[in-house]
Design a binder for this molecule. Structure first.
Ligand code: DX5
Ligand code: ZN
Length: 220
C-alpha cells in the first residue's frame, strides 16, 4: 500500500497545528517528523516535548525519523510523546537489536534507516523485527536536496529480499521525492514516500499528494 508522508521539515513550524490539519485534509497518510541533534547530522530540529505538543493537533501516523547519535537514550521519550513509527539509523551509536526491541516493547513500529554510503544488506539480519526500512535518497540533514537515483539498486535488492522471505515490510524513501522522481522510487520497490519541499512548496498540496500517490500506485 502506498503511503505519503509529508516531511514537516519544510512546514512553517510556527503554524504547525494549521499545517497538520491542511496535510490531513489534503490526503496525507503519515506525518514525517525529522529529529536532528546537530551531531549525527549538522543541523538541529526538535525533540520529544515538541512531538508531545504536536500530538494534540493531529491523528495522522507520526513517522519519527531520528537522525541522532544515541537514539536508544531518547526513544522512550518519543514513544511517550506519541510517536507511532520510530526510525533510527544503523550508523548511530546505539546497539541495533536492543534498540529495535526497545521500540517494539514500547508499542511502536520499529524501522531502520541507511545513509547513502551504507549497504542495504546491513539491515537484512533484522528484517523480521522491522515494520519498515528507510533507504535515504539524500545525505540526511537538510530538505530540498537532489534525489540520488543511484540508491535505487538498494531499494530493489531490499524489495527482493523482503519478497523472498514472504514479509510485508514497508520500504520508505526520503529525500528529493517529487513528481519527477516518484516513479523511479516506486518502480524500484519503495511504497512509503516522504516528501518535504515537493508537498509544502506546492501551490496545491492536495493535488500534489494525489498525483504522487497515483504515479507510485502504478507499480503496486
Ligand atoms: C533530510 C530529511 C528529509 C527531508 C526531505 O535529512 O530526512 O525528511 O525533509 O526533504 P525533501 O523532500 O525536500 O528532499
Ligand atoms: Zn527524514
Amino acid at each position: 500500500m502506498i503511503k505519503i508522508s509529508p516531511s514537516i521539515l519544510s512546514c512553517d513550524y510556527a503554524k504547525m497545528g494549521e499545517e497538520f490539519e491542511t496535510m490531513k485534509r489534503c490526503g496525507a497518510d503519515w506525518l514525517h517528523i525529522d529529529v536532528m541533534d546537530g551531531h549525527f547530522v549538522p543541523n538541529i530540529t526538535l525533540g520529544a516535548p515538541i512531538v508531545k505538543c504536536m500530538r494534540k493537533y493531529s491523528d495522522l501516523v507520526f513517522d519519527v525519523h531520528l537522525m541522532i547519535s544515541d537514539p536508544k537514550k531518547y526513544i522512550p521519550d518519543f514513544a511517550k510523546a506519541g510517536a507511532d513509527v520510530i526510525t533510527f539509523h544503523i550508523e548511530s551509536d546505539s546497539p541495533v537489536e536492543e534498540t529495535i526491541d526497545l521500540i517494539r516493547s514500547l508499542g511502536c513500529v520499529a524501522a531502520l534507516a541507511v545513509k547513502p554510503g551504507t549497504p542495504v544488506e546491513t539491515v537484512f539480519p533484522y528484517l523480521e523485527k522491522l515494520g519498515m526500512v528507510l533507504v535515504m535518497t539524500v545525505e540526511p540533514g537538510f530538505g530540498g536536496q537532489s534525489f540520488m537515483e543511484d540508491m535505487m539498486p538498494k531499494v530493489a535488492a531490499l524489495r527482493s529480499e523482503i519478497n523472498r522471505r514472504g514479509l510485508s515490510t514497508d520500504i520508505q524513501v526520503d529525500g528529493g521525492i517529487s513528481l519527477s522522481t516518484v516513479e523511479t522510487a516506486a518502480s524500484a520497490g519503495a511504497n512509503v514516500l516522504v516528501a518535504g519541499s515537493a508537498i509544502f512548496g506546492a501551490e496545491d498540496p492536495q493535488a500534489m499528494i494525489a498525483e504522487l500517490r497515483s504515479r507510485a500506485a502504478k507499480y503496486f
